[in-house]
Ligand binder design. Structure first.
Ligand SMILES: Cc1ncc(COP(=O)(O)O)c(C=O)c1O
Length: 408
């Protein structure tokens, strides 16, 4: 078992008070995670002692910066078991990774009438890029519905995933239900009909062991800021033959091999997709985050979150009028979205904040999911490797106070 209390000591912000005299209980990890000292220091050291542009200067600082930035790519590749660091493209975040696939592979390969398959539990960043692409190409977007428990209704798969499906893009773990989807099975089903798979791993890579070769997915995207790393950098993994055949995403410096006034040729992978000066400090920070998580072990992170989620769902179920969204703990990651009869999620979040407890309220960038549930919004507590049972106890006490304030 992880010692979450000891892990909290690695995160300077978790020692800060939310309000004078009120300790912070940070339960908004699905939105973004906190950063350990090792990550903050890696970025600080870069700026203090070897800040320079990468891939360019033949001077000591630039060589050091390039080695650290490219070293981070090697670490990320190992972390997700990519066959080669060249298949790890640094982007800004999950959103940009998915857009990259839509606007390169999608634009080059989709024809009118082709189908893009998504699910009804997607984050907006895995819906809107495909809607834009479908509109441009005359393609059709279809959705796998979810069941009352918040699981994908796979009985609909044979009818929705067909020879017309060119792209099947789905979340590995829902940011509202917490549902962990059967990625390997879905990828195999897509390949059986010749569709390309895109896995939104924004909530998976930070919380579970992910092995892209075992999953056999074609593309997989995730964000550094949800996995102890900084904002401004994320990853798109892709299979080599697909990445090599794809046109570039953005044009500019670094992504070219040769530029003439008549036209240009492209750099090798991964730089073909990395136009302009990259997020260097952020890449180095992500490398440090990967080191931090690897030292703890993703199996241990996942087991801890399952334990905390189980504990939280049990405790929340005892609060009158409270309903959690999504499946039981065994089928989900560390997310507990809920509604409380008689209290609006925003009021819940505001009252909890007075107790120093940070949760999120709203549609969590999953409007279609909430729309289907006939809910304008929900409140969401989300956990990470530093969440303790005491944190959950404080959440439960805070929710009892919400009920008192609203005289429920
Ligand atoms: C499942 C899922 N997909 C995609 C995203 C988008 O991540 P980002 O905003 O870092 O691009 C999120 C972020 O909340 C998410 O939870």
């Amino acid at each position: 078992m992880l010692d979450a209390k000891a892990i909290q000591a690695d995160f300077p912000i978790l020692q800060v008070e939310a309000h004078p005299g009120v300790p912070l209980v940070y339960l908004d990890n699905a939105a973004t995670s906190q950063k350990p000292r090792a990550v903050i220091e890696a970025m600080d050291t870069y700026y203090r002692s070897y800040n320079a542009n990468v891939h360019r200067g033949i001077h000591r600082l630039s060589e050091a910066a390039t080695a650290a930035y490219e070293g981070a790519r090697v670490r990320v590749a190992r972390f997700i078991n990519a066959p080669d660091p060249d298949q790890v493209i640094f982007v800004r975040n999950t959103t940009e990774g998915i857009n990259l696939v839509a606007f390169t592979w999608g634009r080059a390969n989709l024809r009118p009438g082709d189908e893009i398959l998504l699910t009804e539990m997607e984050h907006h960043s895995n819906i809107v890029p495909w809607q834009l692409l479908a509109e441009e190409k005359g393609a059709v977007v279809r959705y796998i519905p979810f069941t009352g428990e918040g699981l994908l209704d796979l009985s609909r798969l044979p009818e929705l995933l067909t020879g017309r499906t060119r792209i099947f893009s789905f979340t590995a773990m829902s940011n509202v239900f917490g549902t962990i989807n059967p990625v390997q099975e879905l990828v195999a089903a897509a390949h059986a009909v010749g569709a390309v798979t895109v896995v939104d791993a924004a909530q998976a890579v930070p919380h579970l062991p992910v092995d892209v070769q075992a999953l056999d997915c074609d593309f997989l995207a995730f964000s550094s800021h949800k996995m102890c790393g900084p904002t401004g950098i994320g990853v798109l993994y892709g299979k080599r033959h697909l990445l090599e055949a794809m046109p570039p995403f953005m044009g500019g410096g670094d992504m070219i091999r040769r530029v003439r006034l008549e036209g240009s040729t492209w750099n090798d992978l991964p730089w073909k997709f990395e136009a302009g000066t990259p997020s260097i400090a952020e890449g180095i920070g992500l490398g440090a985050a990967v080191d931090y998580l690897s030292a703890i072990g993703m199996e241990a992170v996942h087991a801890h979150e399952q334990f905390i989620t189980d504990y939280a769902l049990e405790a929340l179920s005892e609060i009158e009028g409270l309903q959690t969204l999504g499946p039981p703990a065994a089928q989900k990651g560390g997310v507990a979205a809920f509604t409380l009869e008689g209290a609006h999620p925003h009021d819940i979040a505001q009252l909890l904040d007075q107790d120093g407890i940070a949760v999120r309220a709203g549609h969590h960038c999953a409007m279609p999911l909430h729309h289907k549930l006939n809910l304008p919004a929900s409140a969401r507590a989300s956990f990470y490797l530093y969440t303790t049972t005491e944190d959950v106890d404080k959440l439960v006490a805070g929710l009892h106070r919400v009920r008192q304030v609203f005289r429920l």
